[in-house]
Design a protein around this ligand. Sequence first.
Ligand code: ATP
Ligand code: MG
Ligand code: FE
Length: 347
Amino acid sequence: MIVLGIESSCDETGVGLVSEGVLLGDALASSMDAHARFGGVVPEVAARAHLESMLPVLHEALGKASLGLGDVDAVAVTAGPGLSTAVQVGLASAKALAFALGKPLYGVHHLAGHAAVDVLEHGPLPSCCVALVVSGGHTSLLLLGDLGKDPIVHLGDTVDDAAGEAFDKVARVLGLGYPGGPVVDRVARDGDPHAIAFPRALSRPSDPAYGFSFSGVKTAVARWVEARVDAGGEVPVADVAASFQEAVADVLTRKALAACREHGVDTLLLVGGVAANSRVRALAEERCAAAGIELRVPPIRLCTDNGAMIAAVGDLLVRAGAPASGLDLGADPSAPLTGALLHGPWT
Ligand code: ATP
Ligand code: MG
Ligand code: FE
């Protein structure tokens, strides 16, 4: 069974082909550059770019996999969460393909895709693991069973900004451009992570154990930089970036490990765009090794949005015998992941 996956929830148009947990080929186009001057993704610009890129990316992915459309047995697509108009382009493309090919359509939850993609690199997941999904729009701790069958248990979330969003905003404050994550990561290499003690929110015993908050640290960075500029001083950009990154990495990994311990789970899955961060990866490795927990992190290119991750979920659903979504499947920009819903429609 060959599953074609389509991703278009934000600024990446991705198509991937997966069969029995093996990635056969994938391709990606990004409209990131078109959004840079706005400092964030503009939904209408993203949607138009998806429309332009979808068929070329589809052809490229099929070419890389040495497959034709006739080889496709099922179509999986991100149905949410994401930017509504962007999701709709992928959804319309997937429906057209499923209809024309006479193959089943599977609506996929974008975050399930971020988690499932690791299967393509490291093989099947254990029967139970904790996933820290940390991306541009989400910071969630999940308890995963069999991804194709079991409900996903939502342990906690950010109460305000996602970690990736905080990286993007801090990069803007430091004048480093957009997207912020990769450049903050790069600049931080030359900085002292202990130069400035930025706040670790929701870290008191009375706070929700698995809740995150990144708006405070983002504001603290802005205030610190402002005060330095007002005093006529130079801003030590590398130290600020490293100290901010340390604060975020510390909270993320500490809470993820606490979740593993409390639930008696010995595998941590670190996924989403911020899992590409070198300090988050290093600290997670260090803390997991000390706690005897196996850490699984997808390769960087599969951490950010891509089509392979959606095909990976589709492949799990097909193999689990999950019911297909109808062709009336709608986009759900804020699809919840609480409960059993890997596939829509969400009602
Ligand atoms: P979501 O998955 O929540 O809908 P998204 O799809 O926009 O959001 P991803 O593509 O998973 O998010 O990740 C993009 C985010 O990851 C951006 O905020 C980006 O700054 C961040 N990011 C990418 N690389 C790094 C890095 N090396 N360090 C920190 N953050 C990073
Ligand atoms: Mg993106
Ligand atoms: Fe994403």
